[in-house]
Ligand binder design. Structure first.
Ligand SMILES: [Mn+2]
Length: 316
């Protein structure tokens, strides 16, 4: 019997892993969707933040998948991404039957498919909206993880991507999960996400990266932390050195690492070289000092950081 794999993006974050699990839950409850054996899977190892949450809620990590394991009759649903550069390597695009996402659309597929895009703060928010439409309530653990995914993607409802829907649904999920203090839970998530102690410098600079097919192939990585100043004081030079190696491994022309302090609401961009420095100064204003540019309160890679860089490259 064929399967329906529900797949998040490369370098899975909490939203992409949890959105896949939540969609599996919904599809399993309601056979009206008609998907055969829905199964959430991940494309790579979980970040420290996501691992912490799975341990906290005592849920099993979805299995890792490679494109070779997907059979010719199986179907694929993408969550939390759409463009090819962020998909599982080797995935046959003809097998994609549905996409649920909240990112900019970059698609040119040859067949019709279900597309569910909304400009809300997380993909999990969209999936909870569908659950409500179909009168499906997540169990307590899943509700806790779904709240975590919304808080993680919206930086505790502080990111520019946050909408009323995220806040309202977040509160409903907190009730189901029995979480009374959402702010304390958000802080707990940020602390777990800031724990880079088990990662090497090269792993840190690619802990959460996205590759963009701008006029120049660009990688923007983001480190969310509750201790930006300490991190930069201790590790800035080592991280800059690691960036040069990782940039070559990823085969990108430009590499930026956004070090975002989620409590101070501030981002400092680490710049791999002169090219990145010139582009960042044009995109955000100000002057870089020792390959670091303070871009103020901008925290959203999707809405504030990537579009500004894309715009400069377009006009280059
Ligand atoms: Mn997301």
């Amino acid at each position: 019997m064929s399967k329906t794999y529900i797949i998040g993006h490369l370098k899975p974050d909490t939203d992409s892993a949890v959105a896949a699990m939540a969609l599996e839950y919904l599809y399993s409850q309601k056979d009206c969707f008609g998907y055969s054996q829905p199964q959430a899977v991940i494309t790579g190892h979980l970040s420290p933040e996501t691992s912490y949450l799975f341990e906290k809620f005592k849920v099993l990590t979805p299995p890792l998948i490679t494109a070779a394991e997907i059979g010719a009759d199986d179907q694929v649903v993408l969550v939390d991404h759409n463009e090819e550069s962020q998909r599982l390597i080797g995935l046959n695009e003809a097998q994609i039957v549905e996409i649920v996402d909240h990112h900019k659309v970059n698609l040119n597929l040859s067949t019709p498919l279900f597309l569910n895009f909304k400009t809300w703060g997380s993909t999990t928010t969209i999936i909870y909206f569908f659950m409500k439409e179909y009168s499906v309530t997540p169990d307590k653990k899943l509700a806790g993880l779904m709240l975590a995914a919304i808080l993680s993607d919206t930086v505790g409802f502080k990111s520019a991507t946050t909408t009323q829907k995220d806040k309202k649904f977040g509160q409903e999920l907190a009730q189901i999960a029995g979480i009374t203090d959402i702010n304390a839970f958000a802080l707990e998530i940020f602390r777990a996400g800031s724990d880079f102690s088990t990662l090497s410098d090269e792993e840190i600079v690619q802990n959460d990266f996205k590759i963009y097919e701008f006029a120049k192939k660009t990688c923007i990585s983001q480190l969310e932390t509750v201790e930006q100043e300490v991190l930069l004081a201790n590790k800035k030079d080592r991280l800059l050195a690691a960036m040069t190696n990782v940039k070559a491994q990823l085969g990108v022309e430009l590499f930026f690492v956004a070090v975002t302090d989620v409590l101070k609401v501030n981002t400092k961009l680490l710049l791999d070289g002169e090219k990145e420095m010139i582009i960042a100064e044009r995109a955000f204003g100000g002057s870089a000092v020792d390959y670091v540019l303070d871009i103020g309160s901008k925290m959203s890679r999707k809405k504030e950081i990537a579009p500004a860089i894309e715009e400069v490259l377009k006009n280059d």
